[in-house]
Design a protein around this ligand. Structure first.
Ligand code: HEM
Ligand SMILES: *[C@@H]1O[C@H](CO)[C@@H](O)[C@H](O)[C@H]1NC(C)=O
Ligand SMILES: *[C@@H]1O[C@H](CO)[C@@H](O)[C@H](O)[C@H]1NC(C)=O
Ligand SMILES: *[C@@H]1O[C@H](CO)[C@@H](O)[C@H](O)[C@H]1NC(C)=O
Ligand SMILES: *[C@@H]1O[C@H](CO)[C@@H](O)[C@H](O)[C@H]1NC(C)=O
Length: 497
């Protein structure tokens, strides 16, 4: 009897999956959109769980097959999913028609305290919190915070020199240590000594590890807000007590002291003293509680560690493979130190042209994040292909694939910083280069992360030469990751200059 029920249940499930696939295909056909035939119901995340490749590689394959189409439908169990390939459509939905695509593809669970961060929240609430956090990321703020990053980077050099085992192997972890110290200082305030070994580093490392369960939780959150709420799926529950406690402590201490540090702690105190955050347009009011501010800090902290360390790591992998680039960078770095008598300022580091070109080209070839998403929040149309998009459609933007398309970047696999020189820069770059996303919802920490990465890079380059160490016989590839583009089969060696 039980066997029979089981057989019927499995058969019903398979039939439902099959029918869903048929429905998906018909759905996109009706709209004149080509449909990707693999996993017609379960979609790219199913492919991801099955195999050992990262999501960005699956999206890259689909992109290559359909790049002459303006967009391509892919399988999904719940809402329709679309990968948008055409740069004009990308521009349209991230910028021109932003109001129709203002949410991200992930549905947050409001009971998951630390997930109530800018990256996940939606609608009017997102707009208000984004406005409130923006003052932390202006150029002038960055300029006054620069000393924090510079100090962490400067202190990092003797830290490596006195721990010789850090010079070869496991470079990604070493770079995470630097980023975590810099973020710790920026979020929690500087101390006289940079802290390279803290509970926050362990937390960031743990938050960055992708286990099957962590991936599953993310995929559920992407797939269905209903199931996310029903099962109370939490993305960061294990860090709640520790992190919120730490932020509460800082805010309390800052309120007592009068020292201005221009960091996140100061911003928190200023927001709480104002009372409520208010959006004049919608009338929405949010009280900046310790919990809400903790959620923002939690995401800032994690974004400042993993993706930023990935960016520095990938930069050095490419620089280590190109001695002529490394030599020219060394010259630029040495000159900057000489000119500033060893005290690099925000302005000097921002003016290092070659550094910026190399960094951008390395983020083109190996961006830290492989794709990003949007959720359609009202019925609308994409201009190229005149594609009708219904409210509830999840959109994937294939940033890695766009940055590797030879129609926009001739010889896309060749590392050529000159692509980003003033003389050569092709206008198509503005439409297709997006390591930090695009439009109103792009990375709020773009400049912050860039400056932090540059600070780390110049101090390391001042003292070391970098060798790229490839695991013999194996190709450099990507680790199995949902969002991140972490390299495998490659490491770094720092050699004293
Ligand atoms: C090199 C390091 C980083 C990379 C590659 C990166 C990349 C990205 C990308 C691709 C997005 C999605 C953008 C979009 O949907 O258009 C994003 C969003 C975001 N990033 Fe970053 N990020 C980095 C560092 C940081 C840092 C250091 C912070 C904070 C201090 C930060 C804060 C955020 C926030 C808050 C969002 C969500 C913005 C919103 O939805 O309004 N990121 N980032
Ligand atoms: C919103 O209204 C308040 C009070 O009327 C005003 O002080 C504030 O500047 C306004 N904010 C914006 C962003 O317009
Ligand atoms: C470095 O330059 C900055 C900005 O000009 C200045 O505020 C700081 O005191 C200088 N630091 C040292 C150690 O000279
Ligand atoms: C959006 O479009 C779908 C079908 O394309 C339709 O069923 C629905 O009523 C529309 N919603 C609104 C608010 O117009
Ligand atoms: C490098 O990329 C950033 C965006 O990440 C852009 O703002 C900047 O202008 C680029 N620099 C050059 C030299 O192209």
């Amino acid at each position: 009897m039980i066997t029979l029920i089981l057989i019927v249940a499995v058969a019903a499930l398979l039939a439902a999956i099959y029918l869903r696939g048929v429905y998906n295909e018909a759905y996109w056909k009706k709209r004149g959109v080509k449909f990707y035939q693999k996993s017609r119901a379960l979609g790219i995340f199913f492919e991801f769980f099955k195999g050992d490749r990262s999501v960005l590689e699956h999206i890259e394959d689909i992109y290559c097959e359909f790049r002459n189409e303006p967009a391509v439908g892919v399988g999904s169990l719940f809402s329709p999913n679309l990968i948008v390939t055409d740069p004009t459509n990308v521009q349209h939905l991230t910028t021109v028609d932003f109001n129709s695509f203002m949410d991200r593809s992930i549905a947050p669970n409001s009971r998951d305290t630390l997930s109530n961060s800018l990256i996940f929240i939606t609608g009017a609430k997102w707009k208000l919190i984004r406005q409130s956090m923006t003052p932390l990321f202006t150029s002038s703020k960055l300029k006054s915070m620069y000393y924090i990053m510079d100090k962490s980077a400067k202190d990092f050099v003797p830290y490596i020199k006195t721990n010789p085992k850090l010079k070869k192997g496991n470079a990604f972890n070493t770079l995470c240590t630097f980023c975590s110290a810099a973020m710790g200082a920026a979020v929690f305030g500087v101390t006289t000594e940079s802290v390279f070994d803290s509970p926050f580093l362990k937390m960031a490392q743990k938050a960055g590890v992708t286990t099957f369960w962590q991936n599953l939780k993310f995929v559920i959150s992407i797939s269905s807000s209903f199931i996310t709420r029903l099962f109370n799926v939490k993305l960061a529950a294990e860090h709640e007590a520790f992190f919120i406690g730490a932020i509460k402590q800082i805010i309390m201490e800052r309120k007592k002291s009068n020292v201005k540090r221009h960091d996140f702690g100061d911003l928190c105190v200023a927001l709480q003293e104002k009372g409520v955050l208010r959006d004049n347009e919608t009338g929405l009011e949010i009280k900046p509680t310790d919990e809400i501010l903790s959620a923002q800090a939690f995401f800032f902290f994690n974004a400042g560690v993993e993706p930023t360390a990935t960016t520095i790591f990938n930069f050095f992998v490419l620089v280590g493979q190109h001695p002529e680039v490394q030599e020219r960078l060394h010259r630029e770095v040495d000159e900057a130190f000489k000119k500033s008598q060893g005290n690099l300022t925000f302005d000097i580091i921002s003016d290092m042209e070659y550094l910026e070109m190399v960094l951008n080209e390395s983020m083109r070839i190996y961006p830290a994040i492989g794709f990003f998403g949007r959720m359609c929040v009202k019925n609308t149309t994409l201009p190229v292909g005149n594609i009708k998009i219904d409210k509830g459609t999840t959109i994937f933007l294939p940033l890695f694939a766009l940055q590797h398309d030879e129609r926009y970047y001739p010889e896309p696999e060749v590392f050529k910083p000159e692509r980003f020189s003033k003389e050569n820069k092709d206008p198509i770059i503005d439409k297709t280069f997006m390591p930090f996303g695009k439009g109103n919802r792009m990375c709020i920490g773009q400049r912050f992360a860039t400056v932090q990465a540059k600070a780390g890079i110049v101090h390391l380059m001042r003292h070391f030469k970098v060798n790229t160490v490839q695991i013999s016989g194996k190709k450099i590839g990507f680790q199995k990751h949902l969002f991140a583009a972490r390299l495998k089969n490659v490491d770094l060696e720092f050699i004293d200059r």
